[in-house]
Design a protein around this ligand. Structure first.
Ligand code: FEO
Ligand code: CA
Ligand code: CA
Ligand code: CA
Length: 599
C-alpha cells in the first residue's frame, strides 16, 4: 500500500536536511526574511524595543509575544492584492523566563522563575492578544507600513462584546459587568482564521491557565470548570486583578474560551466573542463557503480525548454586501463529530432539546449548551480524539484535513479506528470527505491520511510513502495550510532532538494520486521553537510562517540571569546580538527571482 511511483509529487523543491541548530533553514533557492519580531514598533510614534526597560505601555504599541496564527487579508483597493494587505497575527502566550531579565534563579540545579510583580503582569497582558499590521511588498521584499491607520494591537485588556446565544446570560455576569455583554481582553489565541468577508478570527485556547483561586464549595459552575481544568494558575494575573481569581469573580472564566471576530479594516471596531461557536480550548476556526452559500467553520479543541467541531451559519454569505455578513457568526448550528468504524462521520447538532441536551442534564437554554460545549458533546457520544488542532477545508479537492498532534495517554482499550494507536506519541492526520462534497452536510466519510513518526522504526507504525526521505517524515502535526493549488502544508509542534532528532518545521505533504502520503521538509525552525501560522498570499508567491517560543529550553542570555541548561543548543535568533534576547518572529518566505512557493 505504501509503494508509490517515483517523481509523482506535486512539489519540486530541494528538501531541507532535518536537524537541530540555532538558525532557521529554508529550501535552496528561497529567501526566509524576518518581517515582524516581538517588540517591533507598530506605529509611527511607538517606542523602539528596549528589553531591559520594557513597559506595558510600550508593549501595547509593539508586536506581541509568541506569534501563532498568521492570516493575510488583501486590501480591497490594493493595486496588487497579493502584494499589499493586512497581516493578522495571534500572540498566544508569554515565556517569562525568556522575556524578563534576572527573574530566573537556579535552585537545586533547576531553574525557578521569580514571582511576578504587577508591572510584569501588565507587560504580559499587553504581550498577549493579536496584531493587525499593514504590509506591502516592494522590490520583492515585504515591509511593515508603520504609519498605517489599520495597525492595531489587541491585548488582554481590549474591550470586547459578547454576542450570540450566551451574551447577557447570568452565567456571564460579573461585578464589573452586570450585563454579561462586555468583557476585557482575549487570551491564549492559538490558531485562528480569516473569514470569506475579510474578518480576523482569534481562537481562545488554554484559557484555564489564567485563572487562580478556589471556587466556593458547591458552586454551580464546579462541573463546568472541572471539565475545562479551570483554574490552572499558570499565570499570576489573579494576584493583581480580581477577575482572574475565581474565588472573587466566579463567572469570569465563562467569558473566555470563545471564538473572537475582529474587523481589521476599522481599527476602532469592538472585537466580538461569538458564543454560537461554543466554548472549548479552541485551536482555530478555518472556514469555507458551502454550495448553498452558508459558511462552514471547522474547529479543533486541543486537548487529549477532546473533539472536532464544525459550525454552519444559518444565513448565506453575501459576496456583494460585506456589511450583511458582519454578524453571520451569531446564528447557526454547532456540530460535534462522531467518527464511526465503518468510515462514516456523523455531525451531531449541539442544539438544546437534541437527545440528552435538556433540563435534566442542566441545559435550560442554548446558552447553557454553548457555555458547556464539551459536556454537551460528551453526552452526545462524540469521538474522543488525539488532540485535534488545525482543521482545514481544501477548496480545490473538496476535502477537509484534521491535524491530531498526539496522545500518549491513549491506552490499548481506548484505541478506535480514527485514533488507531495506543500511546500515540507522534500524531496523525485525518482526511474527511463531506457527503456529496457539501461542506454543510451532516454526514460524510473519513480516512487516516497519515500516521506520523519515524517510518524506519517499525513499532511506530508510521505510514509515510516510501518516497519520503529521512528528512521528510515528522511527528506532531499542529497547523496546516492549503495553497492556491490545493496542496497541503503541515507545520509541527513537538519535534525536538530528544523526540525526533529534528526541530519543528513545515512539511509539504502530497494528498493526490501515487504520491499520496509523501512528505518533504521545506523549512525548519531554530532550536526550541515550534512552527505556527503557515499561510500563503493569494498568488502563492509568499509564504508567511510564525516562529513561536524559539530558544525555549535552551536559553542562556546572561543579561537575563539564566545559565543555560542545554548550552550547546541555545539560540539568540533572529538578531544574534549580545544585548538582544531570542525573539519570536514572523518570517516571509519567497522564491529568489520570483515565482510560486514549492512549485
Ligand atoms: Fe496552541 Fe494547540 O496549540
Ligand atoms: Ca497550535
Ligand atoms: Ca490553518
Ligand atoms: Ca502549539
Amino acid at each position: 500500500e505504501r509503494a508509490r511511483a517515483a517523481g509523482s509529487s506535486a512539489f519540486s523543491f530541494g528538501e531541507v536536511e532535518a536537524g537541530v541548530d540555532q538558525d532557521h533553514h529554508v529550501a535552496s533557492g528561497y529567501d526566509a526574511d524576518v518581517l515582524l519580531r516581538w517588540g517591533d514598533p507598530l506605529f509611527a510614534d511607538a517606542p523602539e524595543f528596549d528589553p531591559l526597560s520594557q513597559t506595558a505601555e510600550s508593549q501595547s504599541r509593539q508586536f506581541g509575544y509568541n506569534n501563532d496564527f498568521v492570516g493575510y487579508i488583501p486590501l480591497p483597493d490594493a493595486e496588487n492584492p497579493a502584494e499589499h494587505g493586512l497581516l493578522v497575527v495571534n500572540h498566544e502566550y508569554t515565556n517569562e523566563h525568556l522575556m524578563f531579565p534576572g527573574i530566573v534563579k537556579i535552585v537545586d540545579g533547576k531553574p525557578e522563575v521569580a514571582p511576578a510583580d504587577k508591572k510584569r503582569v501588565d507587560i504580559e497582558m499587553a504581550a498577549h492578544g493579536g496584531t493587525i499590521a499593514e504590509i506591502r511588498k516592494a522590490d520583492g521584499k515585504w515591509q511593515l507600513i508603520r504609519n498605517s491607520p489599520y495597525n492595531r494591537r489587541i491585548t488582554a485588556t481590549t474591550e470586547m462584546a459578547m454576542t450570540g446565544p450566551a451574551a447577557g446570560h447570568p452565567r456571564l455576569q460579573t461585578t464589573a459587568d452586570p450585563t454579561g455583554r462586555k468583557v476585557f481582553g482575549t487570551v491564549n489565541n492559538c490558531a485562528g482564521g480569516v473569514t470569506p468577508w475579510g474578518t480576523y478570527i482569534l481562537a481562545e485556547e488554554n484559557f484555564h491557565g489564567y485563572f487562580m483561586g478556589e471556587l466556593p464549595a458547591d458552586h454551580p459552575e464546579a462541573t463546568n470548570y472541572k471539565r475545562l481544568g479551570v483554574p490552572d494558575s499558570t499565570y499570576e494575573w489573579g494576584r493583581f486583578y480580581d477577575r482572574f481569581d475565581v474565588s472573587k469573580e466566579p463567572n469570569e472564566p465563562n467569558r473566555f474560551g470563545w471564538i473572537v471576530e475582529v474587523d481589521p479594516f476599522d481599527a476602532s471596531a469592538t472585537p466580538k466573542k461569538r458564543t454560537a461557536l461554543g466554548r472549548t480550548k479552541h485551536e482555530g476556526a478555518e472556514s469555507i463557503v458551502a454550495r448553498d452559500g452558508r459558511v462552514v467553520f471547522y474547529l479543533g479543541d486541543d486537548e487529549r480525548f477532546d473533539y472536532v467541531y464544525k459550525f454552519v451559519t444559518a444565513r448565506a454569505y453575501n459576496p456583494q454586501d460585506r456589511a450583511a455578513n458582519m454578524d453571520l457568526l451569531d446564528e447557526g448550528t454547532l456540530y460535534v463529530a462522531r467518527f464511526d468504524a465503518d468510515g462514516t462521520i456523523a455531525w451531531l447538532p449541539l442544539v438544546l432539546g437534541n437527545g440528552p441536551l435538556g433540563p435534566d442534564n442542566g441545559f435550560v437554554t442554548q446558552a447553557d449548551v454553548v457555555v458547556e460545549t464539551r459536556r454537551a458533546a460528551d453526552l452526545l457520544g462524540a469521538t474522543k480524539m488525539d488532540r485535534p488542532e488545525d482543521v482545514q477545508p481544501n477548496p480545490v479537492n473538496g476535502r477537509v484535513y484534521v491535524m491530531l498532534t498526539n496522545n500518549t495517554k491513549r491506552k490499548d482499550d481506548q484505541v478506535d479506528p480514527a485514533n488507531p494507536r495506543a500511546g500515540n506519541a507522534f500524531g496523525h492526520i485525518i482526511e474527511i470527505a463531506e457527503a456529496d462534497g457539501d461542506f454543510a452536510a451532516t454526514a460524510g466519510r473519513w480516512e487516516v491520511l497519515l500516521r506520523c513518526g519515524d517510518p524506519s522504526v517499525a513499532e511506530v507504525g508510521a505510514t509515510f510513502s516510501t518516497e519520503t526521505t529521512r528528512n521528510g517524515w515528522f511527528g506532531m502535526p499542529d497547523n496546516c495550510a492549503i495553497d492556491a493549488a490545493g496542496r497541503l502544508w503541515v507545520s509541527t509542534d513537538g519535534n525536538s532532538p530528544k523526540a525526533t532528532g529534528r526541530t519543528d518545521g513545515l512539511w509539504a505533504v502530497d494528498t493526490e494520486g501515487d504520491a499520496r502520503a509523501t512528505s518533504k521538509l521545506f523549512y525548519r525552525v531554530p532550536v526550541g521553537a515550534e512552527l505556527c501560522g503557515p499561510t500563503f498570499t493569494p498568488d502563492d508567491q509568499t509564504l508567511f510562517v510564525a516562529i513561536q517560543h524559539p530558544g525555549d529550553g535552551g536559553e542562556d542570555w546572561e543579561g537575563f540571569g539564566r545559565p543555560s541548561y542545554y548550552e550547546d543548543l541555545s539560540t539568540r535568533w533572529p538578531d544574534f546580538k549580545d544585548d538582544m534576547p531570542v525573539r519570536p518572529a514572523v518570517v516571509a518566505i519567497t522564491r529568489q527571482g520570483g515565482g510560486k512557493v514549492g512549485a
